[in-house]
Design a protein around this ligand. Structure first.
Ligand code: ADP
Ligand code: ZN
Length: 615
């Protein structure tokens, strides 16, 4: 059976995506590989298909090493649904259950075995692998989330270091390392630590064309978020990232009050509660998870329709990784961020007050500025993102700036007013002030604090009366992004000049800004709480829509019975395709993407019944 046969028969997919075929052929043929593919790119098939092919050819068991114990159950469940024999070994199994799995593995009855790195490197497990190896029944090692091996990566797991034993102890067994995030340093580290220097590297484009990037200026974040969800994603699954635990709690509460099915998730919650919320997010439909960045690694729920940031992440790497959790199924999804001056100040403070060495802080500041640059950009966001990762591209047509090119205004004059005011205040008072006072002076507002410090005597008092506070805030953010103003965190977040300020004061460097976009209006006829508005991934007419809704209800039942998330049974896209086709017979179900042979066998009758064909 060829690889593409396996793709059709077992997974029900029509064609390989991107570099999948090359990778599968290389590994299937016994080669080592390093696979760098963005989230949602389809890494799993890259080891599952070689594993299936090699098992059928009598080469035995593939061991998949993954740090995500909580997700192994669902991964194995998905393979079972597709008719592939798979199992996992981890601490959630009883001694007896683990023993049964080991016996099945030793008999060669398992195609893919999932295990955590600490399990793989125990003497007991290694001895079992020895036994398989001696009989030529150890087929392949797939090391998932391979960046965990590197201390440069963001999820360093010391247990990953011990995996060099695989190479030493089982020479000739092909190994592949897979990850979605690895800059050059991490990549080199993976190769060295896992002894994969000879492996072929497959590096995919990091573009996620189905994700639409939107970055808006923060006004009233809660209202902005509510409107975004109500207009674009009613009743759909999404993740809302906030920086603090308290904000997570508050926001989850606010969303619930607005009739949105939201749950909080952060490291301060009891682990049973966290697990429960994660399960509900994975298993139920349309749950919005409000979370700190503690949530997300390895969440392979394919139908997350949006990722929203209410606070700015630390850098573009973080932003890209978090937004990458949207739309793994390839259907359209939104990455929406709302940010403001205070975010920048906060992030800046966290860096400055942190315990790191100055050199490290300097690089963190640079990364923050790059993210701010992305947020303030007036051209294609995707082009900027990809450029940051070293990839050249054309304007995408699927980001806010491409879809609605922002008006740009020249803020140089306003910037000069702000900078010279900072300079003059310092000369007059010998101390610096924060953004509020600065803007009041430039706009000529006679507040108590202005009077108290004699600031109306400054020559720049009122010179910028024509600017709104909003505009000046934008200018300040831009100045921060350019490094032309610094926040002095030791002195109550006051603003001070830097070496870069000069060029702007002298008019050598222009300050261009995006025109602020006004708050989106509330959607017409606000969605009443409790009413379900179903959106399908493809255009469906009335009757097809009804079939789609019925199929979804049926799928939810099956998922509950099997104790698996709904998407493991069928993806939304598969249900929508069925609904559109209005199948009358088994034959009509053939060739629908996601409908493999095993699923056809198991569910075709039910599906036909649900769409109204009498049984
Ligand atoms: P990754 O691990 O790279 O984030 P996954 O392996 O979870 O991505 O794949 C993402 C989604 O894409 C899954 O739902 C998977 O079933 C689907 N998928 C992968 N390869 C294909 C393909 N060739 N055709 C259609 N769907 C695919
Ligand atoms: Zn674009």
């Amino acid at each position: 059976m060829s690889y593409s046969h396996i793709l059709h028969e077992i997974f029900g997919y029509e064609r390989f995506r991107g570099p999948q075929q090359d990778i599968i052929e290389h590994v299937g043929g016994g080669g080592d590989a390093l696979v760098l593919m963005p989230t949602g790119g389809g890494k799993s098939l890259c080891y599952q298909i070689p594993a299936i092919a090699r098992h059928r050819a009598g080469q035995g068991v593939t061991v998949v090493i993954s740090p995500l114990i909580a997700l192994m159950h669902d991964q194995v469940g998905a393979l079972h649904e597709a008719g592939v024999s798979a199992a996992f070994l981890n601490s959630t199994l009883s001694g007896e259950e683990a023993y049964q799995v080991e016996q099945r593995m030793l008999r060669g009855d398992i195609t893919l075995l999932y295990a955590a790195p600490e399990r793989v490197t125990t003497p007991r497990f290694l001895a079992q692998l020895d036994a398989l190896f001696e009989r030529g029944k150890l087929s392949l090692f797939a090391i998932d989330e391979a960046h965990c091996v590197s201390q440069w990566g963001h999820d360093f797991r010391p247990e990953y270091r011990a995996l060099t034993v695989l190479h030493e102890r089982f020479p000739g067994v092909p190994r592949m390392a897979l990850t979605a995030t690895a800059d050059d340093l991490t990549r080199a580290d993976i190769l060295e630590r896992l002894q994969l220097q000879e492996a072929r590297a497959f590096v995919s484009s990091f573009d996620r064309p189905n994700i639409r990037y939107t970055i808006v200026e923060k006004r009233d974040a809660t209202t902005q978020l509510l409107r975004f969800i109500e207009r674009e994603h009613p009743d759909e699954a999404g993740i809302v990232y906030c920086q603090s635990r308290k904000k997570v709690e508050d926001m989850a509460h606010t969303l619930c009050e607005a009739g949105i099915d939201a749950l909080p998730y952060h490291a301060g919650l009891d682990s049973a509660v966290r697990q429960d919320h994660q399960d509900r997010f994975l298993r139920e439909e349309g749950v919005v998870m409000v979370a700190t960045i503690a949530f997300g690694m390895g969440i392979d729920k394919p139908d997350v329709r949006f990722v929203a940031h209410l606070d700015m992440p630390k850098n573009i790497e973080g932003y890209y990784q978090e937004t990458g959790r949207a739309g793994r199924d390839g259907l359209s999804a939104d990455a929406w961020m709302c940010y403001g001056l205070s975010d920048v100040v906060n992030q800046r403070r966290m860096i400055d007050e942190g315990p790191a060495e100055e050199e490290f802080k300097q690089s963190m500041r640079g990364k923050l500025e790059a993210l701010l640059g992305l947020a303030e950009a007036t051209d294609c966001r995707r082009t900027r993102l990809l450029a940051y990762f070293g990839e050249a591209s054309q304007p995408c047509g699927n980001c806010d700036n491409c879809l609605q090119p922002p008006a740009v205004w020249d803020g140089t004059q306003a910037a000069q007013m702000l900078l010279s005011t900072i300079y003059r205040i310092d000369k007059l008072s010998g101390i610096s002030f924060g953004a509020g006072q600065l803007m009041d002076i430039v706009r000529g507002k006679k507040t108590e604090k202005v009077a108290q410090h004699g600031h109306e005597r400054l020559s720049t008092f009122g010179v910028g009366a024509q600017f709104s506070e909003l505009q000046l805030r934008g200018v300040l953010r831009q100045l921060l992004a350019m490094g032309a103003v610094m926040v002095d965190v030791q002195a109550f977040n006051t603003l001070v000049l830097t070496a870069q300020s000069r060029a702007i004061l002298k008019g050598e460097v222009p300050v261009l800004l995006r025109e602020s976009v006004s708050l989106p209006k509330a959607p017409k006829g606000r969605v009443a709480a409790g009413r379900t508005v179903i959106k399908a991934p493809i255009e469906l007419d009335g009757l097809a829509m009804q079939r789609y809704a019925e199929l979804k209800a049926w799928r939810a039942e099956v998922a509950r019975e099997h104790n698996l998330p709904a998407y493991v049974i069928f993806h939304d896209a598969t249900l929508a395709a069925i609904a559109q086709r209005a199948p009358q017979t088994m034959d009509d179900l053939q060739g629908i993407s996601g409908m493999g042979v095993k699923k056809l066998e198991a569910y075709a009758h039910e599906v036909l019944r649900v769409v109204g064909v009498p049984g």
